[in-house]
Design a protein around this ligand. Structure first.
Ligand code: CA
Length: 356
């Protein structure tokens, strides 16, 4: 052990004084360790889920610009392919819940009544206008208090257009937001004769995102595809496996992710998991074991989705939910439709030294 006198710059000349520097040393060491902890534990990140989608129609460039202006650390892109293999930013493989496709292209639905992005070229997609999400069966808005669905002035962006927007904002504002692209339904795309993953990777690589330190988390629900991205397609950047909510017949304590070796095995491929919120917070809002177990395996945890207009029953308000997520469960970030609310919580609660 290092001599206290070397650390403290004090000499121990009597038997009594030997104890005092030793106590001083331990006290100072404790303070130093606490300071080191405070500066190395990063504040949780705010991931703008489909942009600032609580305020503007999801995945429009307007929603992305607003998320950036609200201080989101990271902005999410869901990616699907057009018929001519152009990656566009849209949540669904269908167009009908968020666009005027049924009016613009009557008769182009499949036998299930749905209009598929893959059946439309980019030129056709560019003729559509996006609105706030509606239930495609009833036509009613999914979130009634949000942006009026009849106001639909927004085009559907390509992935490239969104990355250019964010690069432009990084330059004009001096603040770079990270990206969080999700490859949507890769197995379904392949069944339809379109291999989405290599196409998305090519765009991300061209924009400099394929490096471990790049401000990009690539995400997917498909565990097989996640392994393919890492081990066959050579993705070097950060990678997150999304995990859906529990089947109704099991409890958080029985989470299959907690079975022996599962998280350690995942950590050989991914950097983190993106679980449904119910996997990290119990019905009463107390933390499940998942976050601590994932951290022990070296994985970050980014649950989805905080919506101020659809809070879980245990949370009286968004701040209570954020305290449960960040302070009690200790997650590393959260997907949210309301980036401003989460940024405000972190600004108030996280130590200034840990903010990015
Ligand atoms: Ca997503």
């Amino acid at each position: 052990m290092t001599s206290p006198s070397l650390v403290n710059g004090e000499t121990a000349s009597t038997s009594q004084s030997i104890l005092r520097p030793s106590l001083l040393f331990r006290t100072r060491l404790t303070i130093l360790l606490l300071m080191a902890h405070a500066t190395t534990v990063a504040a949780p990140i705010v991931i703008a889920h489909r942009g600032a989608s609580g305020y503007l129609p999801e995945h429009t460039l307007a929603a992305k610009a607003m998320a950036h202006a609200q201080g989101a650390d990271v902005i999410e892109q869901d990616v699907v392919l057009t018929h001519d293999d152009v990656p566009i930013v849209l949540h669904d493989i269908h167009l009908d819940a968020v666009s005027d496709v049924a009016e613009k292209f009557p008769g182009r639905q499949r036998t299930d009544g749905r209009f598929y992005v893959l059946d439309f070229t980019l030129d056709e997609i560019r003729q559509l206008r996006v609105s706030e999400r509606r239930n495609p069966t009833t036509g009613q808005p999914v979130f009634p208090g949000r942006f009026p669905p009849e106001k639909n002035a927004f085009p559907i962006p390509t992935l490239e257009e969104e990355l250019n927007l964010l690069a432009g904002l990084a330059r004009s504002t001096g603040r770079e937001a990270g990206i969080y692209p999700e490859i949507k339904q890769p197995a379904w795309h392949r069944d339809q004769g379109h291999d989405i993953s290599p196409i998305v990777l090519e765009v991300l690589r061209r924009h400099g995102y394929d490096a471990p330190e790049a401000r990009c988390h690539l995400q997917c629900f498909d565990a097989t595809e996640v392994r393919r991205l890492r081990h066959d397609l050579g993705w070097k950047g950060r990678l997150v496996l999304l995990v859906e909510d529990f089947p109704r017949d099991i409890s958080p304590a029985e989470d299959p992710l907690l079975a022996a070796g599962v998280l350690d095995d995942l950590a050989r491929t991914v950097d983190g998991i993106g679980p449904a919120m119910a996997r990290v917070l119990d019905d009463d809002g107390s933390p499940t074991r998942l976050t601590a177990a994932a951290h022990a395996a070296g994985l970050v945890v980014h649950p989805y989705t905080l919506r101020c207009d659809r809070l879980p029953t245990f949370a009286a308000n968004a701040d209570a939910l954020l305290t449960a997520l960040f302070t009690e469960a200790g997650v590393d970030g959260v997907f949210t439709d309301f980036p401003d609310v989460c940024v405000r919580w972190i600004t108030t609660h996280a130590p200034a030294s840990s903010r990015r």
